[in-house]
Design a protein around this ligand. Structure first.
Ligand SMILES: Nc1ncnc2c1ncn2[C@@H]1O[C@H](COP(=O)(O)OP(=O)(O)OP(=O)(O)O)[C@@H](O)[C@H]1O
Length: 515
């Protein structure tokens, strides 16, 4: 029997028509994947189902009864729970309080909540003390706390909006176990994700949202990640690009070229010039002795389990954690780590977790991208050139908006991330940088655009350390990937001429073996 039936939903934001005529069903015990490009309207659709926002027109029924929730509380009362893409939990709550907030159990004694929370946290494989303050948790676990909260409620249908985006493959497996359990209990799951290969492992059926409509409704058994990626963007199926090295970075980098294709053509191989050499990096209690060698124009990846030391390596490089080395050379010059001493090295780091990316959500796209330049422009020609640059970036990054005067906060999650990254890359010195999960939450086309940003930067001699939990991202972006375990790099995987799929498999295998 259909648990949820959706008929002819429409939704616009101002002049932007996001959902035009959306119809689908979700059966009891079914896990249905929802995919689409950034800004396609997935969260909007999930939000309508979960009572966060209302449709302009259309009908929904839940177990055969008319369903038109007025709020999330209303939806929850009717049996629909949601884990939102951008989770906001009061940082002053304990994890136990966060898990039970807004539920019938919320008023129970803390000791009781604590015990019950422990059971639910174990179900989502989250190893944290329920007395921990939410504000002390790393951001990636907030989605799992919210998932535990949904389990605490008597929900019949759960919307999971990109909960898997910041998770390691092993954590995604635990999330999938939760989804599987919900399904066996006869509950339904609407699973929104851009991590297509992993998503296809858990869903029964997949819906593709394109141009405001359900363009495809297909059993997952008849779908593969390459075809699904093509369906998502409405392009013909092409296999993942090969990874072939070509000519070295020229000493004098060429001028930027608007038409530099992304990773569909080879990126120039890094030069022999060493940009960064680190010997025996140590961070007390976390990193036991790591050597790194990063060439000019090279992109290396680092990944590993949460307690592997991978974050600490990155944080030491960006001067956020005290660390020591036997030797640290930046372009052959002796340096020391840290951000306090004169001349010490603190690599600029980009993090999608940072609150609103350091961007004012009420600021327009134009202002966000031009930053301080805007207020100081006095020359009309420069102003025109600056605006052209903004429009070009919005166009290149395929941001779904009607105007560069749209406020940043009204963009979809993925579009915000794309623009924030483009802004960060253009403002950062083009030397050695650390990027944390640069393609998190991005659709297949946007991932290509980020690779293009990386290609342009590396062509200009920038060297990049990518820190990521996502094997696809590492396979797509990096020349080499280091698997970190027990505070050391257990293994380097040279991505060389291997296909993206093959690299992905090697990363997952090596990470599993090293864990
Ligand atoms: N409150 C709002 N005000 C104005 N526009 C909005 C609002 N919420 C969403 N939009 C617009 O609706 C469109 C769809 O956004 P939505 O977040 O649903 O996309 P999405 O498919 O979830 O994208 P992503 O994969 O990037 O998360 C976007 O163009 C976005 O700018």
């Amino acid at each position: 029997m259909a648990l949820l039936q959706v008929e002819g939903l429409t939704k616009s934001f101002g002049a932007r028509r996001v959902l035009r005529d959306v119809s689908f069903t979700l059966d009891e015990g079914e896990i249905v994947g929802l995919v689409g490009t950034n800004g396609a309207g997935k969260s909007t659709l999930g939000d309508i189902v979960a009572g966060i926002t209302a449709a302009d027109s259309g009908l929904m029924t839940l177990q055969g009864h008319p369903y038109a929730p007025l709020s999330t509380e209303d939806a929850r009362h009717l049996g629909v729970g949601v884990v939102e893409q951008l989770v906001h939990i009061d940082p002053h709550l304990t994890v136990a309080q966060a898990v039970f907030r807004g539920t019938a159990q919320a008023g129970r004694p803390q000791e009781e909540l604590r015990r019950q929370a422990q059971v639910l946290l174990a179900e989502v494989a989250l190893d944290v003390d329920p007395d921990t303050l939410v504000g002390d948790l790393p951001h990636f676990v907030h989605g799992l706390v919210e998932t535990a909260r949904v389990l605490a409620e008597d929900t019949r249908l759960v919307v999971l909006d990109e909960v898997s985006a910041p998770l390691l493959p092993s954590e995604v497996t635990s999330l999938h176990s939760v989804a599987g359990r919900l399904s066996r209990q006869g509950r339904g799951v609407l699973y929104i994700s851009h991590r297509l290969p992993e998503m296809l492992e858990v869903v029964d059926r997949v819906l593709v949202l394109r141009d405001g409509r359900i363009a495809l409704d297909c059993p997952s058994a008849q779908m593969d990640p390459v075809r699904l990626a093509a369906e998502t963007v409405g392009e013909p199926v092409t296999p993942p690009p090969p990874r072939i090295a070509s000519a070295p970075v020229p000493a004098q980098s060429p001028a930027p070229d608007d038409d530099v294709p992304a990773r569909t053509t080879p990126r120039p191989a890094p030069s022999d010039e060493v940009a960064l050499r680190v010997r025996n990096l140590r961070v007390p209690g976390a990193v036991e002795g790591v050597d790194l060698l990063l060439r000019r124009g090279e992109v290396i990846g680092l990944t590993g389990h949460r307690s592997s030391g991978v974050r600490e390596i990155a944080d030491a490089l960006s001067g956020e954690l005290p660390a020591v080395t036997d030797e640290l050379l930046l372009h052959g010059e002796q340096r020391s780590l840290g951000c306090t001493d004169d001349g010490s090295l603190a690599l600029p780091a980009y993090r999608p977790d940072e609150d609103a990316y350091g961007v004012d959500p009420g600021e327009t796209i134009a202002r966000t991208l031009t930053q301080e330049a805007w207020g100081t422009l006095t020359d009309l020609r420069r102003e025109i050139a600056t605006l052209r640059g903004v429009i070009r970036t919005v166009h290149q990054m395929d941001v779904k908006t009607m105007s560069i005067r749209t406020v940043f906060g009204a963009l979809s999650g993925g579009d915000q991330h794309k623009l924030a990254l483009a802004r960060w890359m253009s403002a950062s010195p083009r030397d050695v940088v650390v990027l944390h999960e640069p393609t998190r939450g991005l659709d297949v086309r946007a991932r290509r655009q980020v690779r293009r940003l990386l290609d342009e930067a590396t062509m200009h001699g920038t060297s990049v350390v990518v820190v990521s939990v996502d094997p696809d991202e590492l396979a797509e972006c990096c020349d080499r990937v280091g698997i970190v375990a027990d505070g050391r790099v257990a293994r380097w995987i040279d991505t060389g001429e291997l296909a993206v799929d093959a690299v992905r498999e090697r990363i997952v295998e090596a990470a599993t073996a090293a864990a």
